[in-house]
Design a protein around this ligand. Structure first.
Ligand code: GLC
Length: 645
């Protein structure tokens, strides 16, 4: 309560005035790719598709006319996917297949008409061009040198060379064009599950690796095609989740052409969670998509992509979904369990840190990219309000160190009033015994989750690292998190970076919280397993804080084992000694994560494409709020001036 109050009443000199009458949906218009009509108008008139039974909905096919080659179809028959002829023609990624004049459908939100654009990365007259990051590009828009001028494909490190070969082998093609990377590419695995799909979150390190290498097409294609999937009608049984949701993953399927036994075509088949284990909605996908879009623009210099009408609409649809009013008292995003990298039950429902850090980062990235136009200023106002409230909330209430722990230890409880110190009614007995040992005297971290009468004290790596990268954490907090990494190296890293979370849930806690999940047993998989992919996020964070030696130390450890172990998805045991029980081998984001770390360490400046600098307007706003910190100055009387945001 005090948070909201503080935001709304604090004088914030340079941010915009908050307009409570703004309704995100009123300024947004999305287009149904199937018929070119606005979804809003479909909804207003009662969309029949929403109430159709699943069988009928499944009969609805994608808009084949919109695509020059292949089509996007959520409801394609569940057949085994096989590579069509056009895929086989483009085995060499980066050849003409990458940009040979493919038409990408674009939906014109104004007229509701579809038209096709030629890809624009191809330099005119086949000349060599210089990419935004200094890499030389050939006539196909493909870089021929790396950003540091080295010929592509060469490195003095055999592990890196192997990683590049594996990464290229994981590239998925759609009608001859690279559009993503498969999650795992283990030739000896008999249980593929959905690891043969392109996961949005898994592609992020792949995309960054290609961007830093100067190979932009795959990222551009990925962004544009997943954007098409975003607009699709998605249904779980008879219920449709909100428009703007990005899929968790998609697969390229080859299906027979209607009425022609000899012909086939490719379709993109997305999974929005309706087929995923546990049916979890991937809240992180859209946030990562925005972050990658900004990185693409910064790295390639091709800002025309983010300026496109359909891309602008895509950004707004994601924002609309995230900024929609609900029942929340907190500015953090309320999600179900398993809505992010941890995509099955692990007791992270509510307001998990990972989602908040990505949300904050995506808001900042989106603000940078939104084109000034009618209607956007209202959205920016709402967005600014949320940024201020979110950073205050996380910095103030999620942060723990020795001082704060001691404060919690002495909390009074059951405080009814505006003056409460212990606002969330945390009972001091919740402080777990392991934490008393774990918390170093120098250092601290952001807890995993905060709910009424509940602090999840587990340490979650990705959320903490991305809070540093996005400047959700203050500079002091960011250093303290890295201090903690260093002083707790044996717990968080030991023999393989990084524990996804610490500590593991054991015994009765494991039974109740995971539902006795046999994959999430203690110190395995999401429950305290060690994930090499997290290396790249650590690298960005440590470069941002000018402490790259932390990442270098982790990379050294990885290089000792990862190639010999066949690039596992995760490791098990307290010290990360075993390859995970059910871990995939040749897991693409383990490979790409390593490559991104190497690239960033070789050229630390390039981390800027991912980093969000502290925003001075936000700092101003926050310092006003901290001045009115309810801990120091409690009660409604403290806020005399109505807020201006
Ligand atoms: C697992 C991970 C998830 C990842 C997927 C594909 O389900 O938990 O984060 O996206 O595998 O690699």
């Amino acid at each position: 309560m005090a948070t909201a109050e503080a935001i709304f009443r604090t004088g914030l000199p340079r941010l915009h005035h908050f307009d409570p009458s703004f309704n995100c949906s009123s300024s947004l218009l999305s287009v149904n790719p199937a018929d070119g009509r606005s979804r809003r108008s479909r909804r207003n008139h009662g969309s029949k598709a929403l109430v159709k039974c699943p069988a009928k909905v499944h009969a609805r096919r994608g808009n084949t006319d919109a695509l020059s080659f292949g089509r996007i179809n959520k409801f394609a028959g569940r057949q085994d996917s096989s590579r069509c002829k056009c895929q086989q023609q483009s085995e060499t990624f980066g050849s003409d297949g990458g940009s040979g004049g493919m038409s990408i459908p674009v939906f014109d939100v104004n007229g509701g008409q579809e038209f096709a654009l030629q890809q624009q990365l191809k330099p005119e007259n086949g000349n060599v061009a210089v990419g935004g990051n200094g890499a030389l590009m050939d006539g196909n828009g493909t870089a021929t040198t790396t950003t540091d001028g080295q010929p592509k494909g060469s490195s003095s490190n055999p592990i890196e060379d192997e990683a590049w070969d594996l990464l290229r082998a994981s590239v998925v093609y759609y009608c001859g064009n690279p559009i993503g990377t498969i999650a795992a590419n283990d030739p000896n695995s008999s249980t593929v599950l959905n690891y043969d799909q392109v996961f949005i979150r898994d592609f992020i390190p792949s995309g960054i690796a290609f961007l830093l290498k100067g190979e932009y097409d795959i990222v551009k294609n990925f962004i544009l095609y997943t954007l098409q999937l975003q607009s699709w009608e998605k249904t779980m049984d008879c219920y449709s989740p909100g428009q703007g949701l990005m899929p968790a993953s998609f697969k390229v399927r080859t299906v027979p052409l209607d009425g022609d036994e000899d012909a086939s075509e490719e379709v993109l088949d997305p999974d929005f969670g309706e087929a995923a284990i546990g049916r979890v909605a991937p809240v992180d996908s859209g946030l990562w998509w925005i972050i990658l879009l900004r990185a693409y623009g910064k790295c390639s210099g091709d800002l025309s992509m983010q300026e496109r009408v359909d891309v602008q609409t895509g950004i707004k649809m994601i924002l609309k979904l995230c900024l929609a009013d609900g029942f929340d008292m907190f500015p953090t995003l309320l999600v179900t369990d398993g809505s992010c990298m941890i995509d099955r039950r692990m007791g992270i429902h509510g307001h998990p840190l990972e989602i908040q850090a990505l949300f904050y980062s995506a808001l900042l990235c989106a603000r940078e990219m939104l084109a000034p136009e009618d209607g956007t200023s209202d959205l920016i106002r709402v967005l600014n309000n949320r940024l201020v409230a979110l950073s205050f909330h996380i910095r103030e209430y999620y942060w723990i160190d020795m001082r704060k722990l001691n404060e919690i230890y002495r909390y009074k409880t059951e405080e009814y009033s505006y003056d409460a110190v212990n606002k969330f009614n945390i009972y001091p007995d919740q402080i777990p015994p392991w934490l008393v040992e774990f918390m170093p005297s120098k250092g601290g971290y952001l807890i995993g989750n905060l709910q009424p009468a509940h602090m999840d004290f587990r340490f979650f790596s990705l959320g903490n690292l991305w809070s540093i990268v996005s400047s959700l954490a203050t500079v002091e907090q960011s250093h303290a998190i890295l201090d903690l990494f260093e002083s707790k190296w044996e717990d968080l890293v030991a023999e393989m970076p990084f524990k996804i979370c610490y500590p593991a849930l054991e015994a009765q806690e494991w039974r109740i919280i995971t539902g006795s999940d046999p994959k999430n047993t203690p110190w395995s998989y999401h429950n305290g397993g060690s994930w090499p992919t997290l290396l790249w996020q650590l690298t960005v964070a440590s470069i941002k804080m000018n402490r790259p030696e932390i990442a270098e130390r982790a990379v050294e450890l990885v290089e000792k084992r990862i190639s010999r172990d066949k690039w596992p998805e995760y490791y098990d045991t307290k010290r990360g000694r075993f390859i995970g029980k059910q871990s995939r081998l040749f897991q693409t984001w383990s490979i790409a994560g390593y490559l991104v770390s190497k690239q960033l360490l070789a050229n630390p400046d390039s981390a800027k494409i991912l980093v969000n600098d502290e925003d001075s307007e936000l700092v101003n706003a926050l310092s006003c709020m901290i001045g009115a910190n309810p801990r120091k100055q409690r009660g409604r009387k403290a806020f005399k001036q109505p807020f201006i945001v």
